[in-house]
Design a protein around this ligand. Structure first.
Ligand code: SAH
Length: 225
């Protein structure tokens, strides 16, 4: 297939199956479904788990972390609807797969990851995929990324005991943030929107189970991941 720049024809069939699974989870938006056809998830996963790349499941990526479940990422995107004008902040780069999905929709994606090795691996995969509008930072995402604030969209990919105020502060007027809030074992998906000085919070999904957000304005690192 000449339209397959990564030569991953053998994966394309699996990817179609994943898209069916995402659709079965209630995501009908064609643009979102096509987005998942454009990003080769296997490229973002460690060698050993690549055969599972197109399962609609969280997949271990090392360092006690997981790549999130694709249908959940599709749900995030359906709620946040990033557009080509939007500046996006992602907390928890992880594999970089979701970073790539967001990069295809948004103007620019700024993504923060606390595990240096994961950020480095994500950089390699993003370069191999060929997206150029992504900036990565190794650090504590609970304090956001002040240098590039404010952000139209903030995507938090790890579970937090509460909404970190620094992230609310870095949300643009008209901005929206999705973050799993709750206990270490189970959380609700919380949508935070900002209009002028008014900030509102609404539960839009769950229960979900994300790995913990570890940092200054979430859980302490000593608690273990
Ligand atoms: N969207 C990613 C999700 C990875 S899991 C993917 O699909 O691959 C969540 C990630 O958040 C982990 O890689 C973890 O190391 C990271 N993380 C946890 N606390 C963080 C913090 N305070 N700042 C930045 N990243 C953090």
């Amino acid at each position: 297939m000449g339209s397959d720049p990564l030569g991953d024809v053998r994966w394309a069939g699996y990817r179609r199956k994943l898209i069916e699974d995402i659709r079965a989870r209630g995501i009908e938006d064609l643009e979102i479904l096509q987005l998942f056809d454009r990003v080769p998830r296997h490229l973002f996963l460690p060698e050993g788990v690549r055969p599972r790349a197109y399962e609609d499941a969280a997949i271990p990526i090392g360092y006690s972390q997981t790549a999130s479940q694709p249908s959940l990422q599709a749900y995030y995107i359906s709620i946040l609807k990033p557009t080509s004008d939007d500046k996006v902040l992602e907390i928890g780069t992880g594999s970089g797969y979701q970073t790539a999905l967001l990069a295809l929709l948004a103007d620019r994606v700024y993504s923060v990851e606390r595990v240096r090795e994961l950020s480095q691996r994500a950089r390699q995969a993003l370069d191999a995929f060929g997206v150029k509008n992504v900036a990565l930072l190794v650090g504590d995402g609970t304090i956001g990324w002040r240098k590039y604030a404010p952000f139209d969209v903030i995507v938090v990919s790890a579970a937090s005991p509460s909404v970190p105020q620094a992230l609310v502060d870095q949300l643009a007027d008209g901005g929206r943030m999705l973050i799993p809030v709750g206990g270490r074992d189970i959380q609700e998906l919380t949508l935070v929107t900002k209009t002028g000085f008014a900030v509102s919070e609404e539960v839009v999904g769950g229960p979900v189970k994300f790995v913990p957000l570890l940092g200054r304005f979430a859980w302490s690192e000593e608690g273990g991941a």
